[in-house]
Design a protein around this ligand. Structure first.
Ligand code: B12
Length: 501
């Protein structure tokens, strides 16, 4: 579609010179500072351009000053911000404050996986006098832009948005008042009940950190979970049943066939490099922390992994989990282990995106990003399998790729940033433990996003009772305790744990 737009550009330019053409609006797009995710924003850019909206895309990791400057230079009618991870929510608040401070009055659109209507209403809209509108997916972006710029629609749209946000703020205030949290010591007393006295922790065949420099695409393609691939294209459904869907089936099939061809090309021409760093370490829990030791003597601590505990008042008999509960306490003398990995399939993506950009092939570019994301998750699956195999119990498991997608393996692999370990800064500990930057060149931004974008990392637990959960809201007592353990002042703790407060 955008190829067609590109083809028409010379005519549109000529028309512009003759003074007859007007874009419907000018929109400035950016993924905020510290964040690298842009597949969603890129889709929004294409959809807007196809609706005669002039798009200036500043790319990823864009600081507030550049957004302000570009908004003035391009005479933007609307500014669109995107972000994938929770630290970006704080960065979006910073951009809103800066726009307000500079007296800018351009409406703001907020989008990306970590954003919500409620957060936009409660935390962002009050910071900026101009309209701040949350947009849930790309298909709604042109309508939102049109409603913000058309004089006939603007007033009603802005008023409806304001009223809805007022309602969401009231709802939020009520919810925060009514939720009871346990004192952290009470929550700790309700930790996951695991009887360590009868537990023999599996001993891995090797310990320490390892790296693989180049994993062949062909080796991991079978681990790809295709359902989220379709979500990226706004086609909701489970693979392979989606092909039978009366409305979406044919489009899904066509996309899937194109994806297979693109995947074969990536493989044949070696277009992407896939790397993995992973390791297994002697470890023991001490309260809500996990101490990681240099070797089997367990004398030297090389890292301390901090976990956060659920503090909600849960139904009787339901424990208040923290990830540390799933590692044997030091006092039990059970010799337990913690695993970790960081993987990326994004080496090579940027160069290819530049070439797709030059030939205006947006479809190819989005296909590449969507496939690289799938490969990152597939590589995580493979790496987790290597760790389970080293732990021996992996070798006797009989799991199909579909079983793996359904998480039927022993243990868990929570990713820092996900609900069981929502503190993104813990990625720094994981990266240092595995020497990720040196070994495989995946890097962390100031807000703990990983570069390249198609990367993921996780802790790996082997206990059969370990389970995924959501930490949820935490109290002031845990916030202060956690800040002390991390060596943070309270302001820093509030910043990194903002979504939990
Ligand atoms: C696929 C996925 C991944 C992939 C790809 C991510 C990437 N390319 O950066 C991989 C496996 C690599 C990944 C990794 C991680 N992920 Co992830 N991931 C997802 C998942 C399942 C889908 C996201 C996605 O790609 N959707 C498809 C795209 C097209 O949608 P989108 O980006 O949301 O964009 C749409 C809209 O939001 C909107 N939009 C987007 N931007 C804009 C801008 C404007 C102006 C407008 C109007 C609209 C708009 O339009 C787009 C198209 O419709 C989500 C969960 C979910 N259901 O959302 C978690 C999620 C985004 N991931 C999350 C996390 C934590 C991570 C990791 C930090 C985990 C880890 N430790 O490894 C890493 C971070 C990666 C990095 N580089 O730093 C969290 C983020 C929130 C948080 N708690 O911080 C989520 C929400 C999961 C969760 N429930 O906690 N992830």
């Amino acid at each position: 579609m955008k190829k067609a737009v590109a083809y028409l550009t010379p005519f549109l330019e000529a028309e512009k010179r003759s003074g007859t053409h007007q874009p419907a609006a000018r929109v400035l797009l950016a993924t905020v500072k510290g964040d690298v995710h842009d597949i969603g924003k890129n889709i929004v850019g294409v959809v807007l351009a196809c609706n005669n909206i002039e798009v200036t895309d500043l790319g990823v990791m864009v600081p507030a000053e550049r957004i302000l400057k570009a908004a003035r230079e391009t005479h933007a009618d609307v500014i669109g911000l995107s972000g994938l991870i929770t630290p970006s929510l704080e960065e979006m608040a910073h951009v809103a404050r800066e726009l307000q401070r500079e007296g800018v009055q351009v409406p703001l659109l907020i989008g990306g996986a970590t954003t919500t209507r409620a957060h936009t209403a409660v935390k962002l809209a009050p910071l900026y006098a101009a309209p701040v509108v949350h947009v849930v997916d790309a298909s709604r972006a042109p309508r939102a832009v049109a409603s913000l710029v058309k004089p006939a629609e603007r007033l009603a749209f802005v008023e409806a948005n304001r009223a809805e946000q007022e309602r969401l703020r009231a709802e939020h205030a009520q919810k925060s008042d009514s939720r009871t949290l346990l004192p952290i010591e009470t929550a700790r007393a309700r930790r996951t009940p695991i009887d360590w006295s009868r537990y023999a922790a599996p001993r891995p065949e090797w310990t320490g950190a390892r790296a693989v420099d180049s994993v062949p695409v062909a080796e991991i393609a079978r681990f790809i979970d295709w359902s989220p691939f379709f979500v990226a294209w706004d086609l909701i459904g489970t693979y392979p049943r989606i092909f039978e869907h009366h409305e979406r089936g044919a489009r899904a099939r066509e996309l899937f066939d194109d994806a297979q061809r693109a995947l074969e090309k990536i493989e044949r021409e070696g277009l992407l490099t896939l790397r993995a760093a992973f390791g297994l370490f002697p470890a023991a829990s001490v309260g809500d922390d996990v101490e990681v030791y240099a070797d089997e003597s367990r004398a030297r601590v090389v890292a301390t992994v901090r976990s956060l505990r659920q503090q909600a008042q849960l139904a009787a008999g339901r424990p208040n989990h923290a990830l540390a509960d799933f590692i044997a306490p030091r006092a039990t003398n059970v010799r337990d282990y913690l695993g970790a990995f960081a993987v990326s399939s994004g080496f090579g993506v940027d160069a290819l995106l530049r070439s797709y950009g030059a030939s205006h092939d947006d479809y190819g570019a989005i296909m590449l990003q969507a496939l690289a994301d799938r490969l990152a998750e597939a590589l995580a699956e493979q790496t987790h399998k290597w760790l389970r195999d080293a732990w021996a119990f992996g070798k006797s498991e009989d799991l199909s790729p579909a079983d793996l997608i359904r998480e039927r393996y022993r243990g868990i692999r929570p990713a820092p940033g996900y609900p069981a370990c929502p503190d993104h800064s813990e990625k720094r500990t994981l990266f240092e433990l595995l020497e990720v930057e040196r070994r495989v060149d995946i890097r962390l931004t100031e807000n703990f996003a990983m570069v390249p974008a198609s990367s993921t990392c996780a802790w790996v637990f082997s206990h059969p009772d370990s389970t995924y959960f959501s930490v949820g809201r935490i109290g002031q007592d845990q916030l202060e305790d956690y800040a002390r353990r991390k060596g943070w002042d309270l302001e820093t703790a509030r910043r990194w744990l903002a979504p939990l407060l």
